[in-house]
Design a protein around this ligand. Structure first.
Ligand SMILES: C[S@@+](CC[C@H](N)C(=O)[O-])C[C@H]1O[C@@H](n2cnc3c(N)ncnc32)[C@H](O)[C@@H]1O
Ligand code: SF4
Length: 456
């Protein structure tokens, strides 16, 4: 996919690639407030109907290494006791949430993320599995995925993951180039990664994802493509190709990265395009702005059938309307709104130990929020605003936002959003700027509570 010349001008790139949210939710997290509290969450949970399929995200905020590029909510620890203590509290929170729902519901999707859930010992994964089974119905259809730092699975022991019933896994690769690895303090060989991928498949991972990054220090298009060649040789079902988000004002360890060694916006744009072209030629389908999947993978099938969704974990084919977050900082979404748990691990643990649901803040959706959330999801997933689908879902209430979309098409000199029949579409070369298009529909953006990473 070659960008037209007008997008390659530096001035335009700077303007169109300006910092905007990643739109893994709408309204975005900086607009959550403490008016939504534990009482609100209890009300919403009590309204979940019996038998509803739910999706659960469990956050493990620990790592046994600290990569300097990392933007996740995690803490470096070489001791296991704090992890163990935290896990006991997570188990208690699972029971509290199930009690607040008050009836049996089906756990359709479980995702353990972090941090590095791969550092959790086998006996603790088995214990979490017991608590989940006590709280929810887990079936053959349940999809259980875990984020893996390959350096945690040196011996390839996956018995704990098997006890959990893991059937999907995501391995962090980032980049295999030794110069880049040193600059981000993440040493990881190709051979170790390949061994872990094989062990995970043997342990039951039917779908394997690998995360890679562009825009890292000292990275250039050639070295990045070499990493992708190695990644592709392992044939993961999915590849997430994220742009490195440099946010040292939020993640102070990123100050250890020499800013002079970071690629500029034009290089980032070139890297993102080269990665996409390479992965497509290697047989992967483009999914949204930064994912790729083999045509046989459920994400590619969902995208082809118009069922792709976007949630806090990124792109997903998880159709659940109830997504609950467990663990510090985790975010959930219910039909009524978003909920976020307390971020600081100690405060989170203290709240759960008192028997409270550890809610810090959230937001209740207005009808306007719901319509805009759907429009933004369509932009991020399908690059098309499907006006008929909006009218079907929201009736006349959708007219205002559809009129806004039409006005953007008329006024947009950059051609990021154009009319196509009754719909508005983002033409292929403009797709890297989908976040900027989504931002045009974000009525909260002007209140400017947050700084974001580069839009490209
Ligand atoms: C929780 S980590 C993955 C699991 C495991 N901890 C690991 O590193 O292998 C989630 C992913 O977020 C991505 N990530 C982390 N920091 C990032 C940043 N600053 N910008 C963009 N992506 C980032 C990385 O690709 C990483 O694999
Ligand atoms: S990239 Fe993964 S292993 Fe590295 S610090 Fe972040 S969460 Fe931990």
């Amino acid at each position: 996919m070659n960008a037209p010349a007008f997008l390659q001008s530096r001035d335009r790139l700077l303007r169109l690639g300006a910092a905007v949210p990643r739109y893994t939710s709408y309204p975005t997290a900086p607009h959550f407030h403490d008016g939504v509290d534990e009482g609100t969450y209890r009300d919403w949970l009590a309204q979940v109907p019996e038998g509803t399929p739910i999706s659960l995200y469990i956050h493990i905020p620990f790592c046994d290494r600290l990569c300097w590029f990392c933007g996740c909510h995690t803490k470096h620890t070489l001791k296991y006791e704090p992890v163990e203590a935290y896990l006991r509290v997570v188990e208690r929170e699972i029971a509290l949430v199930a009690a607040a729902i008050g009836k049996r519901v089906e756990l359709r999707e479980l995702h353990l993320g972090g941090g590095s859930p791969s550092l959790v010992k086998s006996r603790d994964l088995a214990s979490i599995a017991d608590h989940l089974r006590a709280a929810f119905d887990i079936t053959e259809q349940s999809r259980i995925s875990v984020e893996i730092d390959p350096s945690d699975l040196d011996a390839g022991d996956c018995s704990g993951l098997e006890a959990l019933g893991m059937n999907r896994a995501s391995i962090g690769v980032q980049d295999f180039d030794p110069v880049v690895q040193k600059a981000i303090n993440r040493i990881q060989t190709f051979d170790d990664t390949a061994r872990v991928a094989e062990a995970l498949r043997k342990a039951g991972a039917k779908s394997l994802n690998m995360d890679a990054l562009y825009g890292l220090p000292h990275q250039n298009t050639q070295t990045m493509l070499k990493t992708l060649e190695q990644v592709v040789s392992l044939r993961p079902d999915r590849i997430a190709m994220f742009g490195y988000a440099h946010v040292p004002w939020m993640k102070t360890h990123q100050r250890l990265i020499d800013e002079a060694s970071l690629p500029g916006i034009e290089e980032r744009f070139e890297q993102a395009n080269a990665a996409g072209d390479y992965l497509e030629a290697a047989g992967y389908r483009r999914i949204g702005i930064d994912h790729f999947a083999l045509p046989t993978d459920s994400l590619a099938i969902a995208a082809a059938e118009g069922r792709l969704r976007r949630n806090f974990q990124g792109y997903t084919d998880d159709p659940c309307e109830v997504l609950l977050g467990i663990g510090c900082s985790s975010i959930g979404r219910l039909p009524q709104g978003h909920i976020q748990n307390i971020t600081a691990t100690g405060n989170y643990m203290a709240a759960v130990n008192k028997g409270d649901l550890p809610v810090a803040k959230g937001i209740a959706f207005t009808l306007d929020d719901r319509i805009r959330a759907r429009v933004i999801e369509m932009i991020m997933c399908d690059f098309r605003i499907d006006t008929a689908a909006l009218e079907e879902e929201f009736g006349d209430a959708a007219d205002k936002v559809i009129a806004e979309a039409e006005a953007i098409c008329r006024q947009d000199r950059d051609g990021l959003l154009v009319k196509s029949g009754n719909d508005q579409v983002i033409p292929e070369p403009a797709r890297p700027f989908a976040r900027s298009v989504a931002a045009r529909f974000d009525t909260y953006l002007e209140t400017g509570k947050a700084r974001h990473s580069s839009g490209v």
